[in-house]
Every structure is written in structure tokens, then in C-alpha cells.
Design a protein around this ligand. Sequence first.
Ligand SMILES: CC(C)(COP(=O)(O)OP(=O)(O)OC[C@H]1O[C@@H](n2cnc3c(N)ncnc32)[C@H](O)[C@@H]1OP(=O)(O)O)[C@@H](O)C(=O)NCCC(=O)NCCS
Length: 216
Amino acid sequence: MDETTIEIREYEPRDRAAVREICRSTAYGGAEEALVDPHLFVDLMIRAYTDFAAGGVWVAERRGDVVGYLAGGFDERRLQRVQAWRVIPGAVTRALGRGLLWRGSLWRLLADLPGFVAEGRKAREPDEERYPGHLHVNLLPESRGRAVGRRLVEQFLDEARRRELSGVRAVVYETNHKARRFFERLGFRPIGRRPAFKPPPKEGGREWKIVYGKEL
Ligand SMILES: CC(C)(COP(=O)(O)OP(=O)(O)OC[C@H]1O[C@@H](n2cnc3c(N)ncnc32)[C@H](O)[C@@H]1OP(=O)(O)O)[C@@H](O)C(=O)NCCC(=O)NCCS
């Protein structure tokens, strides 16, 4: 294997810290200040997969280092159960211990709840029955643009087909044009649009997410 080769393989427990770090550092395009609590964010995004097998995780490895991952679920109800019973209680308790209640961003998020709910009524919700699987994928910047994302998504799609899923989803910020083009190149199409649940930008306005779907 030459030193630039990137291998795709299934997640192993030894990858946990690297995967969590990539999840944190790539959040919101690297804008960590947008996170109310980075550990809480990472727990909510990835712990169901890394610690409780709520779906599958694949990693991209280069010279022994994890440079990207894909986490995906095949059974939405199972994921929701794991989140509700095993992830959220501990994650929130630990965040409270770190001073969650003293973060201004939390209160901005809560103050925005009525607006978020009102905008949510205008959302175009995707047909989750038709697209029951879902994935998120993140690579470190230096490993992008080399077909690693495509290979990770193909692994996930192979597994989703093996499980006879009718379709899968991926959610992307409306302004994340690179990721939107990536999913479009892989045959995903917009199937929904919803407001982002995050502290509103200080300059006002609201961010939206596009839900992409691919039939299998
Ligand atoms: C989005 C991301 C996963 C794409 O992975 P990648 O390895 O860089 O993309 P690939 O090299 O596999 O590209 C696959 C296809 O998408 C296209 N594509 C990827 N990035 C693109 C870009 N910035 N502009 C246009 N097309 C792009 C490629 O041209 C390629 O198409 P082709 O094979 O037909 O030529 C990766 O860039 C990333 O981790 N970005 C930051 C995190 C993120 O936004 N995650 C998505 C949220 S779920």
C-alpha cells in the first residue's frame, strides 16, 4: 500500500476518539462557536452508532490514521429508542455538569424555539417510509476531493440494499453547496427542507437544511 492510499473499513472501538474528533471539527463547516456544547453535539450525532450499534459506521484510514467516517442507520425506530434511552439522558447530564445552563447560546436557542416551531410548520417533510435509511459523512479537509466520500457512501448503500431498504436520506445545510453537489453527483435528490435547530445567527435570519433522498 503506498502512503497516499486510503482504505475504507468497518469501524472498530479503537477509532472512537478519532471519529468523535472529526465529528466535532467538521461541525458547521468547522465553526465550533456555533455549537452550544461540542461534547453534547458529538454525543447526539455519533454516540448511538459508536457505542450502541444503532446502525453502521465505516472509517477511511490513511497510514494508520482515521481521516473520515460515515455513520448511517437502517432502522429509524431503533435509532430513536437508542437516542431517547441511552444517549440523551447521559449526554445532557454531562453537559449540565459542564455548565450548559450558563451558555448564552443555549438561551438564544431556547428563545428562538417559538420561531423555530412556526417555521417548522412551513417545512417540507420527507417521506421517511420511502427513505428509511439515513447517513452522515465527514472527512478531514486534506482527504476531500479524492473519491473517499463516494467510496464511503457506496459502502453504506451496499449495506442498505443488502437489508432491502427502499431508500436512504442525508441532510445538508442549504448553504453547504459542496456537499449538496456531492450528494447530487451520487444520485440523491432533494426530498425535503426544514429549519436548522441551532442558535440563530447573531445577525438574524434562519438557516435551513435540505433533506436529500436516494431510492435503492
Ligand atoms: C462532502 C464530502 C463528504 C464529499 O466527499 P469527497 O471525498 O470530498 O467527495 P468525492 O471526491 O468522493 O466526490 C464524489 C463526487 O462528488 C463531486 N464533488 C465532491 N465535492 C465537490 C465539490 N466541492 N464541487 C463539485 N462537485 C463535488 C465530485 O466531483 C465527484 O463526482 P464524480 O465522481 O462524478 O467526479 C466531503 O467533502 C466532506 O467531508 N465535507 C465536509 C463535511 C460535509 O459537508 N459533510 C456532508 C454533510 S452529511
